[in-house]
Ligand binder design. Structure first.
Ligand code: C5P
Length: 299
C-alpha cells in the first residue's frame, strides 16, 4: 500500500533575541534557528477520514487526538487545497515534548509534506510555508530545516550558511515548560524596562559561516533563559554542569527546559554528553549535529 514517510528534525535557537510584546500577544523575534539530527518520523497512509497514532519514546507525553499539531496540519492543508482530510497519520516521537525543541512543529511540518505528496497537491514550498505559519511560529522553520534567521514572530525566514557540521549536546530535562508561561515570565521580568528591538549580530552570522566554534560560543544567547530558569531553577545547575565539563557554550534551547551545549568536534560532544548524563543533572544527554535537513517525503 502507498505510504509517504518524512523525517523532520528538532531545532535549537543559537540566539533568541526577544522584543516587546505585540498587540496580537506575540513577541517580535530575531533568532537563528538551527535544525539538529534528532528526528520525528511522520508516515501518511491513505484512509477514509483522518486518524492519528503516536508511538516512539515520547508517545506518552503527546496528545493523539485532534489537538495534535500533525492532525491540525493535515486538516489545515486539506482545507487550503479544498480536498477531504483522508489520511492515517503515524508519528514516531523521538523529540521530547514541550522541551524548546519545536517537536510539535516538526510533526506539523512532516504532516504537511507527507499529505502534500499523498494527496498529490503539488503545493510549492511558499504555499506550504503559508499554511505552516497559521499552525505556529516555529512550523515554517520546521519545513525549512537547515539554519535560518527568523524574524517577525519567527515565521519570516532567511537561509544562513554554516561552514561545517557543528556538534552539540542536548541536555533533555524531565518534564515540560509551557512556551506561553515562559514568555509571560519574561514580560514580568522586564516590566517597566525599555525593551530594545531584537537583533541577530553580524558576528554571529560570520562565526556560523566560518564554523568558528569559539566565536560562535561567545555569541550564543537566549533572552528567554532567565525566565525559564526562574520557572525551573534546576536549569542553572544543568548549564553550570555543561560548562564545567568543558562545553564551549551553553544556553537554554528556545523556551526550555532543554539546554544546548556547543562542542568542539564529534569526540568532544560524545564525551560531554556521556559525562553530563552521568552527573544526573538532566534526564538524558544526546550528542547531535547540525545543520540537519528535513527528510524529503519518500513513498
Ligand atoms: O506560535 P506558537 O503557537 O508556537 O506560540 C505559542 C505561544 O508562545 C504564543 O501563544 C505566545 O504566548 C508565545 N510566543 C510569543 N512570541 C512569539 C512566539 C510565541 O509570545 N514570537
Amino acid at each position: 500500500m502507498l505510504q509517504v514517510i518524512t523525517h523532520v528534525p528538532a531545532k535549537i535557537n543559537v540566539v533568541l533575541s526577544v522584543g516587546p510584546a505585540r498587540s496580537d500577544g506575540y513577541h517580535e523575534l530575531a533568532t537563528v534557528f538551527h535544525a539538529v539530527s534528532l528526528y520525528d518520523e511522520v508516515v501518511a497512509t491513505p484512509a477514509a477520514g483522518l486518524s492519528l497514532v503516536v508511538d516512539g519514546p515520547y508517545a506518552d507525553a503527546t496528545p493523539a487526538d485532534e489537538t495534535n499539531l500533525a492532525a491540525r496540519a493535515a486538516r489545515a492543508l486539506a482545507k487550503h487545497a479544498g480536498v477531504a482530510a483522508d489520511v492515517a497519520l503515524r508519528v514516531r516521537k523521538a523529540i521530547p515534548v514541550a522541551a524548546g525543541l519545536a517537536g510539535g512543529s516538526a510533526d506539523a511540518a512532516g504532516a504537511l509534506l507527507a499529505c502534500n505528496e499523498l494527496w498529490r497537491l503539488g503545493l510549492s514550498d511558499a504555499k506550504l510555508a503559508a499554511v505552516a505559519a497559521t499552525l505556529g511560529s516555529d512550523v515554517p522553520f520546521a519545513l525549512h530545516g537547515g539554519t535560518a534567521v527568523g524574524a517577525g514572530r519567527g515565521e519570516r525566514l532567511r537561509s544562513v550558511d554554516v561552514g561545517a557540521t557543528l556538534h552539540w549536546v542536548l541536555a533533555v530535562a524531565d518534564g515540560e515548560l509551557a512556551t506561553p508561561a515562559v514568555y509571560k515570565r519574561l514580560d514580568a521580568l522586564r516590566s517597566g524596562q525599555r525593551i530594545r528591538r531584537p537583533r541577530v549580530s553580524r558576528d554571529l552570522l560570520t562565526a556560523l559561516g566560518a564554523a568558528d566554534v569559539d566565536a560562535l560560543a561567545a555569541e550564543m544567547g537566549n533572552d528567554l533563559q532567565e525566565a525559564a530558569i526562574q520557572l525551573r531553577p534546576s536549569l542553572a545547575e544543568v548549564l553550570r554542569a555543561g560548562r564545567d565539563l568543558g562545553a564551549l557554550g551553553g544556553i537554554v534551547s528556545g523556551s526550555g527546559p532543554t539546554c544546548v551545549f556547543l562542542a568542539r568536534d564529534a569526540k568532544h560532544s560524545a564525551e560531554v554528553a556521556a559525562e553530563l548524563a552521568a552527573t544526573g543533572s538532566c534526564a538524558d544527554a544526546l550528542a547531535v549535529t547540525g545543520p540537519a535537513a528535513v527528510g524529503p517525503p519518500t513513498a
